[in-house]
Design a protein around this ligand. Sequence first.
Ligand SMILES: Cc1cc2nc3c(=O)[nH]c(=O)nc-3n(C[C@H](O)[C@H](O)[C@H](O)COP(=O)(O)O)c2cc1C
Length: 313
Amino acid sequence: MSILLSSYAVVRPLLFSMDAERAHEFTLKGLNTVHQSKLGKQLLPKAPVANPFSLMGLSCRNRVGLAAGLDKNGAYIDALGSLGFGFLEVGTVTPLPQPGNPKPRLFRLPQRQSLINRFGFNNDGLNIFLDNVKDNAWRKNGGILGLNIGKNALTPMEAAVEDYLLGLAGVYEHADYITINISSPNTQNLRELQGEDQLGGLLATLNEKRKQLSDQHQRYVPIAVKIAPDLSQEQVKIIADVLIQNDIDGVIATNTTLSRASVEGLAHAQEQGGLSGPPSMHYLWKSYGAYESSWEAAFLLLALAVLTRRRMP
Ligand SMILES: Cc1cc2nc3c(=O)[nH]c(=O)nc-3n(C[C@H](O)[C@H](O)[C@H](O)COP(=O)(O)O)c2cc1C
């Protein structure tokens, strides 16, 4: 383990003395500074763990990926890449910049190693995102980069597809894969896009656009859809069919959950937003089971919460 990671026990009390969102920003900036310094060469892992596997036709160095949301603007790709990940996903980016929900909007539940967030896609918008992701060394050196796109809060749901089209066209040439995020609980009505008719319409349009972009750039970029954990088995089966009909390459299971069953009674448990961390694990396996049983074709599932599995009670 690198010195940086083993020093977490020392740094943790300092981070936990700060507001959670401030700690988040402080950590990313600190990592960036270390990465850019000479000291970084000593502190950061020398090379990622080599355990290569194939993901939607892409070769990843190992199976541990970074989920979207930590680096919403794609501003820390090389610094995060230096930690040894097999693949990175950044975003969610929306076409226009937006501030997200009022603060505070990130809450710790340390007893369950969990967070509740209601950030609401705070980000600097597509133009700045593209400036950030264009020139990273991570991809140039063979790292796999997923770019995650969403809709602006002020875009009416009837026009959501326009936001995803802008996102898809903007990020296409800079992405190894693209994630369509329709499952954040923090953008009003977004999860309605998981309904059969809306999802079918959205994905058919995006798949058409992907064909054009793939001709234009002479490169096929896989698309994954990120789903919510708060779905019935029946809904998951319907989504599975719609994804297959529209040539979607992968599923990211899952986003944060609205359920509070596993954190009942804890401080902050009643905050609005999505819960993540070990308590959301059983939703992951529930979705996995439903997908496995409903799909004949071997379909990829990116399980973004697997690291925490061993800590489940
Ligand atoms: C603070 C925070 C912000 C997040 N922001 C996003 C986001 O912008 N887009 C997205 O697709 N998922 C976002 N997520 C969801 C994570 O990518 C991940 O799917 C979720 O946290 C479940 O995995 P975990 O239990 O291992 O954290 C966010 C999660 C957290 C905790």
